[in-house]
Design a protein around this ligand. Structure first.
Ligand code: ADP
Length: 233
């Protein structure tokens, strides 16, 4: 349901024009897609364009039948809230809210009543293995637990698309593996999960890997074994 067509983004750096994303076209299927590339290859810019935080210089992003990137900022925000969840390395939890309140927060913004959002937040925390941490403050949780709360929060409004930007960047390998397992599970449930990472080990877990260099899509590597594993679930 998410498609980039001939996406191009130029930035002006003083006298210079930098092409951050160069004629990128791809239709993202359901499942886990990793975007990899060295620093400066355009991963963050691409994610910002796909999620509508930024607009392309040329080309379009389509969300289903909607020309997402051509909409106003307000319209993009509204669609983003409904259709997209985010798990970022630096996407901090709100420190003055408990784990449960953090997960319930997007539901409050969407106008869901207290009783319903509390029940759903508790179920989401249970699903990420944190049923025993609902009343904890973020600073009483480990880094891995905080990232799992962030995943639960990203799923609060049941978005069909989940973006994860270096989600395991700050975690030890066991906590990182748990986070990846949760992302894979979301992909198996039929979500479109887009993982941006420079960690090739992590990218290998994805069903397909898109390699960027100088803003260009250089290679699409499919992992058939992973694909069949997903479709058999
Ligand atoms: P990555 O996430 O792969 O490290 P980025 O998308 O951050 O790559 O950057 C791609 C290129 O675009 C780099 O050359 C970077 O300097 C440039 N760039 C990114 N954001 C901006 C900006 N806001 N203004 C100017 N240049 C930018």
């Amino acid at each position: 349901m998410l498609e980039a067509i001939n996406l191009h983004k130029r930035y002006h750096q003083g006298e210079l024009d930098v092409v951050a994303v160069d004629r990128f076209s791809y239709r993202f299927p359901a499942g886990l897609t990793a975007i990899v590339g060295p620093s400066g290859s355009g991963k963050t810019t691409l994610l910002n364009l796909l999620a509508g935080f930024d607009v392309p210089s040329e080309g379009e992003v389509w969300l289903g039948n909607t020309p997402f990137s051509t909409l106003s900022e307000d319209a993009r925000s509204e669609l983003r809230l409904k259709h997209m969840g985010f798990v970022f390395q630096q996407w901090n939890l709100i420190p003055t809210l408990t784990a449960l309140e953090n997960v319930a927060f997007p539901m409050m913004l969407a106008g869901i009543g207290l009783k319903e959002r509390t029940a759903r937040a508790a179920a989401l925390l249970e699903a990420v293995g944190l049923g025993h941490r609902v009343k904890h403050w973020p600073n009483k949780l480990s880094g891995g637990e905080q990232q799992r709360v962030a995943i639960a929060r990203a799923l609060a409004l049941n978005p069909p698309i989940l973006f994860a930007d270096e989600p395991t960047g700050n975690l030890d390998s066991a906590s990182g593996a748990r986070v990846v397992e949760l992302l894979l599970h979301q992909a198996q449930e039929g979500r479109t999960v887009i993982l941006v990472t420079h960690d090739l080990e992590l990218a290998r877990q994805a069903e397909r890997v898109l390699r960027l260099r100088d803003g260009r899509l250089m290679e699409i590597e499919e992992a058939p074994s992973k694909r069949s594993a997903v479709s058999s679930c």
